[in-house]
Design a protein around this ligand. Sequence first.
Ligand code: TRP
Ligand code: ZN
Length: 893
Amino acid sequence: MTTKPDPVQQPPVFRLEDYRPTPYAIPAVRLAFDLHPTATRVKAELEIARRPNVAAGTPLVLDGNELKLVAVAVDGVPLGHKAYHAAPDRLEIFAPPAGPFTLEIITEINPDKNRSLMGLYRSGGVFCTQCEAEGFRRITYFYDRPDVLATYTVRLTADKTACPVLLANGNRQETGDLPEGRHFAVWHDPHPKPSYLFACVGGALEALSDRFIAADGKKVELHIYTEPGKTARALYAMDSLKRAFAWDEAKFGRLYDLDIFNIVAVSDFNMGAMENKGLNIFNDKYVLADPQTATDSDYADIERVIAHEYFHNWSGNRITCRDWFQLCLKEGLTVYRDQEFSSDERSRPVQRLIDAAFLTTTQFAEDAGPLAHPVRPRRYAAIDNFYTATVYEKGAELVRMIACLLGEQEFQAGMTLYFTRHDGQACTIEDFIQCFAESSGRNFSRFMLWYEQAGTPQVKADYAYNAGCGSFTLTLEQSLAPTAAGGEAKPMTIPVRFGLVGSDGKDMACKTADKAVQGDVLLLTQAKQIFHFTGLDSRPVPSLLRGFSAPVRLVTSLSRQERLFLAAYDSDLVNRYQMLRGLLIETLIEAGGAANKANAAGPLPAVSFEIAAAQVQMAENEALEPAFRALCLHLPSEAEIAAAQGSNVNPDAIFAARQAFLHILADTGKTRFLALRQHHNVTSAFSPNAFDAGKRAFTNILAEYIAIADNDPEIAAALYTKAGNMTEKLAGLRLLTLYFPTAAATKQALADFEQRFAHEALVMDKWFALQASAAGTDRLETIRQLTRHKLFSYDNPNRVRALIGSFVTQCQTGFHRADGASYRFLAEVILRIDKNNPQLAARLLSFMRSWTQLEQERRSKMQAALQYIAEGRALSRDVSDIVNRLLGKPGVL
Ligand code: TRP
Ligand code: ZN
C-alpha cells in the first residue's frame, strides 16, 4: 500500500483504491525471543520470495515502529552499511537477491517501557503481546499488513522462575532447560497467518485445563491461564468456550484446527480480547468471574467475548482481511455470529433488544456526527480509530440483513461457500458478498451500498385502509442524508419484516400480488414503494421492522393509540418493546424541549401516565419472561434520549424530564411492584444462567422503583447488606449512589465496599464507575478526587474507562456542566494519557462525537476544549486524527 502526503493533514492518509500486493511474499517466519523486562532480543528469520512479475532487485521495504536494529543479514551474510537503511519505523534492503532468500534481523525492545499496550509489553509481570492492527512492527521489521501470510515457528527463552509458562501460537514442539536458570519452549503454527495474529506470552501463570472432543473425533486441549490462585474464576469462561466450540460445529459446521487452544487473561489491555491463532489474549474482565465478584452482566459479557474470539478462528483467521479497509469482513461477521450464539444460549428476543438498543445509542450517534464513516471506510489516517460501533455493530447488522433476505438455508449455503472457497486467503467484502449472490442467484449491487454509504437511513411509513374493498396500502420511503464524502445517497436494499395485526392482536391473513413482498419481509429497494394488500375485512395495524430487521430509523404515522395497542399485543416482542420505547423517548424529548430554557422539566404530558401504565402491565404479564419485563421497566439512558433528539440537546433538561418520569412510573407501579418482587425472588443457590439472571434483573429494578417511590435509602441499604452475590450487592450500591448520593447509608456502603474489595481490581472498577455515574454538576470534584485515590492509575485502561469513561457517558449532567469545566478536564486527561497510550486517549476523545448536537452554549465550550486538544504538543496520530475529524477539518476522510 502506498502512502501519499495529504495536502491538509500531516500524517499520511491510506486509501482503499491504492491497494497493491507487496512485491515480496514471506511464506515462513522463525522468531527467537530472549525475554527480558527491559531488553528483549528478537531474532527474526524471514523466508522471502519475490512475487511473479516483480522486477529483480526491487527494494524490500519493511514496517517498523520505535525499533532498534542490532543486526541484519541475508542468507547468513551480514549486510554492509550501503546495502540497507534502517530507521525506527522502516527497514529498506536496497537490492535483495533475485531468488528466494532468508533475511535475518535482530532487534532489541523494552517491554517495560512500552505502555501503549501494543507490541510486546508486560502486564502484572507477565510478558504478553498485542499485534492487531499494527503492533507486530514494534517487535520486528515486517510487512505488517494482513495480506502477507506466513507459517510461524517461535522459540521463547526466559528465566524459569519468572516465566515458568511460555506460550505462542499453534502447537508446542519442544521444551527444555538451559544454563543459568533459564528455559525455552518452541511453538509451531502450521496455518499461514498475517502478523496481526501473532502472539506470545511468558509469565508465572496458572492454568485451568479441560478438553473438547471435536465432531471429527479430534481431542483439543483447552487451557485458560490466569494469575496464580484465580483459576477457579475461569470456570464460566471455560464452560462458555466449550459451548462456543459445539455451537460453531452445529450452526456453521466449523471445526477447530489445532491440538490446543489457549487463553491468557491479563489486566492491562486496550480492548476486550484478541483472537491470536490458538492463543487468545483477554482483558481479564472477560474471563474472571465468580458469584461474589462478578454480576450477571459480567457473566453474559464473558460468554459473548469468549465466543466472539473463538469464532474468529474461522471468520478472521482461516479467512482474513486483504487490507484494513475490509475490517468489517471479520468483525461484522463475527459480531453477528456471537449475537446469534448468545441468542441461542439465552433469550433470542431479549438478546435482540439488547443488541438493537446498543446499536441505536452508540452506532446511530456515531453515524449522526462528525466521526461518521461507511462500514467499509475508504480512507484512514490511523486504523486503530476504526474499531468502531459502525464497523462492528452496523457491520453485524449487514450480515443479519443478508440472513433475513435469503432465509436461514440460503444464508448458510452462502456461508459454506465462503468458508470453503476462501479458506487460507485474505479477502474483501466483494468476495464475501459474491458467495451469497452465487448461492442464491440474487443481485446484491444495491445491497453493497450499505458498505459504502455512511449515515442511518430513515424509513417513513404511511398507510391507508379501504373498508369498501378490504384493501390496505402501505407506502415506504427511504432517505439518507448526503454523505460526508459528498454526493446524493442512493436507495439501498432494506428488508422490512412485517405483520398486519388485527383487533384481536393476531396477525391477519392477507393477499398480495407484489413480488417485493417475500413472506413476512417487505423488500424496499426504491426511494419510494407502495405495497398493496387485499382480503382484509377490518382495519389492520401494521407492525413494521419486526425483530429490528434493518439498522434504520423508522418513522410511522401510527397514532399513539395504535402504538400502545402494538405494545400490548404484537406477536413480535421486539416491536412491543420498541413501540413503548419510542413513545417514551418522544415524550421525554418533548417535555425536555418545553423546559429547555428553564433547565427543568415542567409537569409531564398526560401520555406519560399511559406509558407508565403500559410498562406496569408488561411487568405484570406472567406470560413474558422476567428478563424482558425488566427491560420494559428500564428507562432509556440520558445518552440514548440525547441521541434520539439529535439537535439542540440540553442534558439538564433531558435529565429533569427523565427524573420526573421515573417518579411517575415508581408511583404508578409501586403497590404492584412490591407483590411482584416477593413473587420473583430467586431462592435457589446462585447460578449465572440466563433465566435466573433475568429474575434478578427484574427483582432488582422492582426494588429500585420501590425505593424511589418511598424515597427511602434504607430499602437500598438493605438490598446492599443482605445481598448474597455481586449482582445484588451492586444493585444495592447503585441505588444508593445514584438516587441517594448524600445519604449516610451511601457513604457507609461505599466505604464498606472499598474495604472489602480493595484487592479485587475488577470489583474496584465497579466502585469507581458507580461514583462516576451519579448525577450533578459537582461530580467533577468527585472525579478529580478519585483520580488521586491510591488505587487509581492512568496506566490501566480498565480503571481509566471505569472512572473517566463512566463519567463522560453516564453522568451527563456533570460532564455537560454548562461552564464547560468537565470538557476542559477531559481534554487534560486525554493529553496526559496520549503520551503513553494513544489508543486509549483516542477512544476517550471519541466520546465527544456528538458535540455538534448540543445546544449552542455547550457546543462552543466543547469546541474550545477540542481546539485545546488540537493545539497540544506532540499529539499521537490516533488523537490528532480524531480531533481533526471532530473539528471537521476538510480533506481528512
Ligand atoms: N480483533 C479484536 C476483536 O474484536 C479487537 C482488537 C482490535 C484489539 N485491535 C485491538 C484488541 C487492539 C486489543 C488491542 O476481537
Ligand atoms: Zn473481533
